[in-house]
Design a protein around this ligand. Structure first.
Ligand SMILES: Cc1cc2nc3c(=O)[nH]c(=O)nc-3n(C[C@H](O)[C@H](O)[C@H](O)COP(=O)(O)OP(=O)(O)OC[C@H]3O[C@@H](n4cnc5c(N)ncnc54)[C@H](O)[C@@H]3O)c2cc1C
Length: 546
């Protein structure tokens, strides 16, 4: 197939979605390509924190200023994706006492609103925090739902005429006489290849940025910095809790909807697609959690996952990775490498994606010699049902008042059959994972034990799938869930896993299905390898901090 457009954006994370939205709003004809679903790279594997910038005020002031500017803007443009939790920076007995004053001054210097709280007041707000904490500062941290945000960015871009193709992997860039003239993309579901002619290509592939730039013959060094996080099954704090010390491992707990997420580690990996979660990371997270919340280990770890930070370095040699900035980088490959029609935007943070997009599209305008004002800081994103930030309590209320009708399919996250049917109608694939991202199906304490087979039944009926396709969707989903619990199987989580095994293997006999009915040779939970978190290339001595 052959297509043409003005500008192609590669990457469907926060940055790519921000860029396509900005381009479309400024009236460019544009098309976005993502090899998976939206926000399935680092943007869907992050800590969920809408930074106030507090974390960077002492060691990376430029990143701190970018964070606070964007934090304030995004609260207005995508309120339905943000929960205003606020944030605390606290000095525990393990933290350097003199850092608190440096932190306070740093906040003032970078324009991050800060207020010191007495310990009694802090404990009144967050009773489970360590009573031995000696100082506590309140800042405007918040949390953000990346799925909601990216969906809204792309939906708004579509209203301005943009096109987004998910599950389309760019396999080559077309270069003619040092000018990028298009891309070749492969549909990962059908295998079909499409060539797209364009005037300009924007590389917004995050940690994959170096691989993509190579297709145009450009050398770009983006280190992949792996970070591991654990979701605990209880929202033990309602405020984002940061240790008041220079960025370190396991020093932040983020309340995300019904759970609390501790993170992160920070280790350089050789390949952004190939890394493992290590036992030492889990132990470290659990130990560090206990320093902030002394009862931390009494709660149940629900799920563990990792993502890879895109950390740009102009030169690949002789750099201390501890100093890699969290600020973003925009590269015009015409001036840098003599390759026209090609721009890379990388580094940064989720919270700075809008500003990254604005600077990128400003550069596009300069290169195409056209003046078009950026309006993304002042326009609210599309939110068709006028929905608010979702809370489980609200879903319960809607269920009890009869507003939410139909069979209850996921008891943990209170998802009903009509909700599932609506979301299924919006997606082309047969992937139960879409239901997880859109509705949080399977994300609760049972990790899909009870709802997955029910959802598979609805999928089979609604999409007229064959037994093979339905079983494959079911096994794929279970495998994804399984990857996140293998490293934290002890206590109640182990009991839960055994119960799930009883349901899927003992009762439903998934491991006994012939290959032609399941899509996998030997569908034992945990044995079927799907892409994602797998070994090699980790050098734990190379540490970097988010
Ligand atoms: C552990 C961890 C915790 C973090 N926590 C926070 C936080 O709390 N707050 C915050 O603000 N930031 C946080 N960050 C940083 C933030 O998540 C990233 O900076 C941001 O998500 C990067 O977005 P992106 O769109 O640039 O990259 P990505 O989200 O990775 O998007 C790039 C996309 O490009 C796609 N792609 C790659 N190659 C191709 C190809 N050939 N063809 C088509 N598509 C391709 C990938 O599939 C991917 O979806 C964290 C990062 C990590 C690793």
């Amino acid at each position: 197939m052959r297509k043409s457009t003005e500008i192609v954006v590669i990457g469907g994370g926060a940055t790519g979605c921000g860029v396509i939205y900005d381009l479309a709003q400024r009236g460019f004809r544009c098309l976005q390509l993502e090899r998976g679903g939206l926000s399935m790279g680092t943007s869907g594997r992050f800590h969920g924190l809408l930074h106030s910038g507090g974390r960077y005020v002492t060691n990376d002031p430029q990143a701190a200023v970018e964070c606070i500017e964007e934090n304030m803007i995004l609260r207005k443009t995508m309120p339905h994706a943000i929960e205003d939790t606020g944030g605390l920076f606290v000095t525990t007995p393990w933290d350097p006492l003199d850092f608190a004053d440096l932190f306070y001054k740093g906040c003032l210097n970078c324009g991050v609103p800060v207020e010191e709280l007495g310990i009694a007041e802090m404990l009144q707000r967050e009773p489970l925090l360590n009573p031995k904490i000696s100082r506590s500062f309140y800042v405007p941290d918040a949390t953000v739902d990346t799925w909601e945000a990216c969906r809204a960015l792309v939906a708004t871009a579509r209203e301005y005429g943009a096109e987004t193709l998910t599950f389309h992997e760019v396999t080559d860039l077309l270069v003619d006489n040092n000018q990028v003239t298009g891309v070749v993309a492969k549909n990962r579901i059908t295998g079909e290849e499409t060539s797209i002619d364009c005037d300009m290509v924007i590389n917004a592939t995050g940690a994959w940025g170096g691989q993509l730039a190579k297709m145009a013959g450009c050398e770009v060094t983006v280190y992949a910095g792996k970070g591991t996080m654990i979701a605990m099954n209880y929202r033990m704090v309602n405020t984002v809790i940061n240790r008041c010390l220079p960025p370190d491992d396991g020093d932040i707990i983020v309340p995300v909807r019904t759970v609390a997420v501790i993170g992160t580690t920070s280790v350089r990996v050789a390949d952004p697609d190939d890394y493992a979660i290590e036992d030492w990371e889990i132990k470290l997270m659990m130990d560090e959690g206990e320093k902030l919340v002394p009862s931390f280990k009494k709660f149940r770890p629900l799920r563990v996952w990792a993502g890879v930070r895109p950390l740009y370095q102009e030169k690949s040699e002789g750099t201390d990775l501890r100093d890699v900035t969290r600020a973003y980088t925009l590269l015009d490959h015409a001036t840098r490498d003599g390759v026209e029609g090609f721009i890379t935007i990388t580094g940064g943070k989720w919270v700075t994606h809008r500003q990254m997009a604005e600077k990128t599209v400003d550069l596009v305008c300069r290169k195409l010699d056209t003046e078009r004002l950026c309006q993304t800081a002042t326009t609210a994103l599309k939110n068709p049902d006028g929905q608010k930030y979702y809370t489980l309590g609200e879903r319960l209320h809607h269920l009890e008042s009869g507003e939410l009708k139909g069979q209850l399919i996921c008891e943990c996250e209170l998802v009903t059959r009509p909700q599932i049917e609506t979301v299924m109608a919006q997606h082309e694939g047969n992937i139960i994972n879409d239901l997880r991202r859109d509705l949080r199906l399977g994300m609760g304490p049972c990790q899909g034990g009870f709802c997955t087979y029910r959802a598979a039944g609805i999928l089979h009926e609604q999409k007229n799938l064959s037994a093979y396709e339905t079983n494959k969707a079911l096994v794929d989903f279970l495998q994804e869930r399984w990857k996140g619990i293998t490293s934290i199987m002890w206590g109640p989580q182990l009991r839960q896993a055994l119960l799930d095994e009883g349901i899927f293997l003992g009762l439903l006999g998934l491991d006994k299905l012939p290959a032609e009915l399941s899509g996998v040779e030997s569908p034992r939970l945990g044995e079927v390898e799907t892409e994602g978190i797998y070994e090699i290339g980790v050098d734990p001595s190379l540490e970097i901090h988010d």
